[in-house]
Design a protein around this ligand. Structure first.
Ligand SMILES: [Cu+2]
Length: 112
């Protein structure tokens, strides 16, 4: 479980440098075996549809051993980014897929 904090740090530091989020250490997808994980609170900080990338400020993510932070994620399905805007509140789940932190489920919270 040593690679995830390093990954987060790397991604977080790379936010201003474009495609740095694509670089990550490969890791077996152990998280994939955990069913029905709770969704995590997040807030959209950046959306890059062309790269299939979203930057989220996220809460604690026990399945990835991450404390709250802001970092970039790939998305499993580019349609998740449809209509998503900076500042949107979301609930999401992410897993490490092929070495990249990837959003596997994303729901926008209803505006009030
Ligand atoms: Cu993180």
């Amino acid at each position: 479980m040593n690679t995830i904090p390093v990954l987060c740090l790397t991604v977080a530091l790379g936010l201003g440098a474009g495609p740095a989020a694509a670089q990550a250490t490969p890791r077996p997808p152990t998280a994939a075996s955990t069913p029905a994980m709770p969704l995590v609170q997040g807030e959209v900080r950046k959306v890059d549809v062309a790269k299939g990338l979203v930057v989220l400020r996220h809460g604690d993510m026990p399945n990835l051993a991450m404390p709250p932070m802001t970092m970039g994620f790939d998305v499993a399905d580019p349609r998740m980014l449809d209509g998503l805007k900076v500042g949107d509140k979301v609930r999401f789940q992410a897993q490490v897929i092929r070495g990249k932190a990837t959003v596997t489920e994303l729901k926008r919270e209803a505006a009030r």
